[in-house]
Design a protein around this ligand. Structure first.
Ligand code: ADE
Ligand code: ZN
Length: 355
């Protein structure tokens, strides 16, 4: 879109924003697939697999979704994942996500998964990956969504166990080379700096895998620096605390390093008290490549469209031109090839030019 066209888009009235945001094509780049497990599916899988839960019913489980910080969420999130045992469970969970994402006009999704949460319970890693990969294929046929998988190492565990996980995953990485394209780093951030995983990320880089890491969600800007300089990641997940360090902001802007921001997650986990206090608009103003994502939608009050709509509602300075920028960033920051990206951007341009 040229500048004149973008100025016209900026003039779209605020009342039209929710519908515009809902219908615009977008990519989602920060979604933990285990975080899409809705309470109803947790109970259905618990019954199917004979797993007992610490909650009596869906309502009492949902009522426990009041978090004081990242750790208080992770405790309940790992407990929820305990119902996942068989390939069909991983497949069904991912299909539920794709169905919802498709309704939100997501045309491409890059799914994080946490293999150690499952292998530590005796579930073989290929069961996890085969179930997810099968859902990715089906979602493309059924909903036209393309997708990639990103294996995340749990940072509260040791680098040695991350190496073990990588070794277990290698045959699946070979088998699903075009699907499982990268590795990430998630779980408890404070006290677990990126450099703890320097060697395993270096190995993944040698293997030709794409690299991302959570940094600057609860952790300090120094963790974003080391994710970039030590791990050599291409995208930062969250990264909202970068604003505390102007030289870091300058670096992120100059190198156009994408930040996959998750506004509803940040409020639920008390990174910001309210959405009105979220720094997303400021990050865009600073010229950063920002994307909007859901993180763990079953736990944080909504899927990607809910994130867009509530954020624009809470930050009235944001216009339809920002919506265009965010969606465009989501395609540019994806790990898809340049032909695919150009096709999506054409689709996006025509959506906005006809809005
Ligand atoms: N795992 C799932 N969601 C996460 C988040 N928001 N931060 C770190 N690890 C996670
Ligand atoms: Zn996350």
């Amino acid at each position: 879109m040229n500048t004149t066209e973008l100025t016209a888009v900026a003039g779209i009235s605020p009342e039209r924003l929710p519908a515009l945001l809902r219908g615009m094509p977008k990519a989602e780049l920060h979604i933990h697939i285990e975080g899409s497990l809705e309470p109803e599916l947790i109970f259905a899988l618990a019954a199917r697999n004979g797993v007992s839960l610490a909650f009596d019913n869906v309502e009492s489980l949902r009522a426990a979704y009041a978090f004081s910080d990242l750790q208080s969420f992770l405790d309940i999130y790992y407990a929820g994942a305990s119902v996942l045992l068989h390939e069909a469970d991983f497949h069904d969970m991912a299909m539920d996500y794709f169905r919802r994402a498709s309704a939100d006009h997501v045309v491409h999704a890059e799914l994080f998964f946490d293999p150690q949460t499952h292998t530590d319970r005796g579930v073989p890693i290929e069961v996890v990956i085969n179930g997810l990969a099968r859902a990715c294929e089906e979602a493309e046929a059924e909903f036209g969504i393309t997708s990639l998988l990103i294996l995340c190492f749990l940072r509260h565990l040791s680098e040695e166990t991350a190496f073990d996980t990588l070794a277990q995953a290698l045959p699946s990485i070979e088998r699903h080379r075009d699907r499982l394209v990268g590795v990430g780093l998630d779980s408890s951030e404070q006290g677990h700096p990126p450099e703890k995983f320097a060697r395993v990320f270096a190995r993944c880089r040698e293997l030709g895998l794409r690299l991302v890491a959570h940094a600057g969600e609860e952790g300090p800007p120094a963790y974003i620096w080391s994710a970039l300089d030590v791990l050599k990641v291409e995208r930062i997940d969250h990264g909202v605390r970068c604003v505390e360090d102007p030289s870091l902001v300058a670096r992120l802007a100059a190198e156009r390093i994408p930040l996959t921001v998750c506004p509803l997650s940040n409020v639920k986990l008390r990174v910001f008290d309210t959405l009105a206090q979220h720094n997303l608009a400021r990050l865009l103003e600073l010229g950063l490549c920002i994307t909007v994502n859901s993180d763990d939608p079953a736990y944080f009050g909504g899927y990607v469209n809910q994130n867009y709509i509530e954020t624009f509602e809470a930050l009235p300075a944001m216009t339809a031109a920002d919506a265009y920028t965010l969606a465009r960033n989501s395609f540019e920051a994806s790990f898809a090839n340049s032909t695919q990206k150009a096709r999506w951007i054409e689709l996006l341009d025509s959506y906005f030019l006809n809005a």
